[in-house]
Design a protein around this ligand. Structure first.
Ligand SMILES: NC(=O)c1ccc[n+]([C@@H]2O[C@H](COP(=O)([O-])OP(=O)(O)OC[C@H]3O[C@@H](n4cnc5c(N)ncnc54)[C@H](OP(=O)(O)O)[C@@H]3O)[C@@H](O)[C@H]2O)c1
Length: 323
């Protein structure tokens, strides 16, 4: 796996990481989770060089961090760059995103949540602690200040933001360095490439594209609504409604054609396109399936020509809003 660093001052990471959310949350939540398989996927990711392992307290809630903690017990821990998040309010039993979302970015909540995350992850330090969302009722400087205290206390190494504007990045940076920004970014969600990504590049901040495979759609997983599991957050998303999904298959067909030409998979092409967008761009595709993990790891080695990139840049816009 090719490597980069987590922003200009951060630790080395594989250019493709692993998102763990879907192992315990949001997708196919009625199916029994296979934790042993997921633990195998996390460890295999480390063997493949996908060292950035992303979770959040909200995933599960809480059980996803416990799962990551079990996977990284013992010698595995030091091979991973562990990234988790704080800032959503979660209630036990929330198996999907709360709509409308509930936020808490108050310093006391952050301090308390951090100790819970450390305990569940079974570690004495988190490599990347991310503010999952800015709480509209709490200035980002206050939340970020509490997170910076955790760095001073040695509980956290680097701080990251998620789903933010350039202005919010700058406000946070005035308090403490920003190592990374996590944003939805993929062949069908490109908004941040216009402003957030160039800003991150300029300031040596990593961009961690989340849902880089369009929640599986760009990898060719869904030919119709019937392919989406019954208890699954995607059933409620605009791009996955019958008419939109059908129209959006035109995007996948184009990606598939490029992939076939290159002897790669659609997922690999979608990831390679992202990796090409900057020095510190590290997509974090999510999977609990061993064969998909191997597939995604291969995305780091796919070489796209300027013509391939131009063709991918030119794909049609999707039907349906982002969320
Ligand atoms: N900061 C935020 O607000 C935020 C929001 C959403 C997600 N995230 C993070 O980003 C990570 C990734 O996002 P995501 O899971 O939403 O979406 P994603 O990575 O775009 O897609 C995940 C889906 O694609 C499937 N898949 C993965 N690799 C595949 C392959 N090679 N071929 C076919 N299908 C494949 C997975 O299947 P299986 O699961 O069945 O294997 C899963 O259904 C999450 O795990 C989480 O860590 C962050």
């Amino acid at each position: 796996m090719k490597t980069t660093t987590l922003g200009i001052d951060g630790p080395e990471v594989g250019v493709i990481g692993l998102g763990c959310m879907g192992m315990s949350y949001a997708y196919d939540t009625a199916a029994p989770s296979d934790d042993e398989q997921s633990i195998g996927v996390i460890r295999r990711a480390l063997d493949l060089g996908m060292t950035l392992i992303d979770t959040a307290d909200v995933y599960g809630p809480f059980v996803n961090e416990e799962l990551v903690g079990r996977a990284l017990a013992g010698n595995w821990r030091d091979r991973a760059i562990v990234a988790t998040k704080v800032g959503f309010v979660v209630e036990p039993g929330d198996s999907k995103f709360a709509v409308p979302p509930r936020f808490n970015g108050r310093p006391d909540h952050i301090r308390q949540s951090l100790d819970g995350s450390l305990r569940r992850l079974g570690t004495d330090r988190i490599d990347l602690y991310q503010l999952h969302r800015i709480d509209p009722d709490v200035p980002v400087e206050e939340s970020w200040g509490a997170m910076a205290e955790a760095v001073s206390a040695g509980k956290v190494r680097h701080l990251g933001l998620s789903h933010v504007t350039v202005e919010e990045i700058e406000r946070a940076r005035s308090v403490h360095p920003v190592a990374s920004v996590q944003s939805e970014c993929s062949l069908w969600t490109r908004e941040v490439l216009a402003d957030v990504q160039p800003h991150c590049e300029q300031h040596g901040i990593a961009l961690l594209p989340y849902s880089p495979l369009g929640r599986g759609f760009l990898a060719g997983r869904f030919a119709s609504v019937a392919d989406i599991p019954a208890d699954d957050v995607r059933r409620g998303l605009p791009r996955f409604q019958a008419e939109a999904l059908e129209a959006n298959l035109a995007i996948v067909q184009r990606v598939r054609a490029i992939a076939e030409r290159l002897g790669a998979s659609p997922a690999q092409v979608a990831l390679a396109w992202l990796v090409n967008k900057g020095r510190f761009v590290v997509p974090i595709p999510g999977t609990k399936t061993p064969k998909y993990l191997e597939d995604n790891a291969g995305g780091g080695a796919v070489e796209l020509s300027a013509d391939d990139i131009a063709e991918l840049d030119d794909l049609p816009a999707p039907r349906g809003a982002r969320v």
